[in-house]
Design a protein around this ligand. Structure first.
Ligand code: NAG
Length: 405
């Protein structure tokens, strides 16, 4: 009668192990019956890695399978170059997790007339839970840039390389986008987006080739990316809220820009934007807010620019509320966009022009609540200058150029 527990305990252990094995077997067979996550290789749908054969249909057919699957699924693009024309990958899908794993390169047609008026080259719309890992997207934009730069006119607008529209829970990692005809990566009407380890590569004189553009979107995070292009590294359009940008190398390019905003009267505002730990190298602007000089109900508020290094930047810190290209539709008017609560903290480096800080705000709605803390910008090894127009705020810590509020 003494100590009956040990044998009992052993028995329990045995039972437990047995049920564990049984359960594992059950679970895996159930997953098989229910169609566990499948991988669709585009080559098995007829895609060719020769860079010449049109593989558009193969990609779309692989997408159709992956999207129809009731389990999370993946699309695999092996090494090689795959010629793809304009393609739209549409949801809703039957699952919330389609993963593209790309080892190769998707190449746009070299003749820009093929996709130049399509708006987008690769577009996703109404998708939930799509992620892209790795790969290169080559927009082959050089001929179109040449056309635009020749000034002869008659060039198509060009296609955005990769656009997500009205989508959510998007992740992009380790992707390279090069030589886009127009913007490289766009999020329009998206929620919960994470971009990291992305590279954008285009010539410094390529027109309208913004690196990443965000608009009408919330909870977008852009991390650890390198952007070299001919227009804005990152541009932030109307209706952007809760945007986090961190650890970005920008240049060449036009910097990180909130705007252009306020082109339209009825326009949503931009709020809660953080731009942190960014290096600008030889760019036209550093951190910029840009609005049209015309009536608008838009606004920009609660923005933090922090821990920024400027290396030979033409306009390191700039708010320009008098944007009026070609002097059409705005001369003599004031911007309606209300800019408030913008903080510049730990901004250091060199300006390529004497005026390193320029706040040119709306005469009708002056900028308010601008804070500068620990700023040091030099021009030719001397303190740079600051210029203020209708700007109100305060300085904390050491601020050079001396504030002009
Ligand atoms: C601001 O945005 C971040 C994400 O970028 C979010 O975590 C935070 O809650 C937002 N803050 C407010 C006040 O909305």
């Amino acid at each position: 009668m003494t100590n009956p527990t040990p044998p009992n305990l052993t028995l329990h252990h045995g039972n437990f192990l047995l049920s564990l094995i049984l359960c594992c077997w059950l679970c895996s067979s159930m997953a098989m019956i229910m169609g566990a996550s499948a991988t669709y290789n585009v080559v098995n749908f007829g895609a060719k890695s020769d860079g010449k054969t049109d593989s558009t249909k193969a990609f779309l057919n692989a997408w159709a399978k992956a999207c129809a699957s009731t389990n999370p699924s993946s699309i695999y693009v092996p090494q090689g170059r795959f010629l793809v024309k304009s393609a739209t990958f549409s949801g809703k899908c039957n699952n919330k997790g389609v993963t593209f794993t790309i080892d190769g390169t998707l190449v746009a047609p070299s003749d820009y007339r093929v996709t130049g008026n399509a708006g987008n080259w690769l577009q996703f719309e109404h998708v939930d839970g799509v992620s892209i890992h790795g790969g290169v997207l080559d927009g082959q934009g050089t001929a179109l840039w040449g056309c635009k730069n020749s000034g002869k006119g008659n060039c198509p607008t060009g296609a955005t390389t990769l656009q997500f529209t009205n989508s959510k829970n998007i992740a992009i990692g380790g992707l390279t986008s090069m030589n886009s005809q127009l913007f490289h990566i766009v999020f329009n009407g998206c929620q919960n987006v994470k971009v990291q380890g992305v590279k954008v590569l285009a010539s410094g004189n390529s027109p309208n080739t913004d690196g990443i553009h965000v608009q009408m979107s919330s909870h977008v995070t852009i991390l650890n990316s390198k952007i070299r292009t001919g227009d804005d590294c990152i541009s932030i359009g109307p209706g952007t809220t809760d945007l986090w940008i961190e650890n970005i190398a920008c240049g060449p390019g036009h910097g990180i820009s909130i705007g252009s905003l306020g082109k339209d009267l009825n326009e949503l505002g931009v709020q809660n934007v953080t731009v942190k730990t960014v290096t600008f190298t030889g760019t036209q602007n550093g951190v910029r807010i840009k609005t049209w000089g015309r009536p608008s109900k838009g606004f920009v508020r609660n923005v933090l620019f922090q821990d920024v290094i400027m290396d030979n930047v033409e306009n390191p810190v700039i708010i320009d509320q008098n944007y009026c290209p070609d002097h059409k539709g705005c001369p003599g008017q004031a911007s309606g966009v209300k800019v408030s609560d913008v903080t510049y903290q730990d901004i250091h480096g060199t300006s390529a022009t004497q005026v390193a800080v320029k706040f040119d705000c709306s005469s009708k709605y002056p900028c308010s609540g601008i804070k500068m803390k620990d700023v040091k910008l030099t021009y030719k090894n001397k303190p740079a200058l600051a210029s203020c127009n209708h700007a109100d705020g305060n300085s904390l810590g050491s601020v050079q150029p001396q504030s002009c509020f």
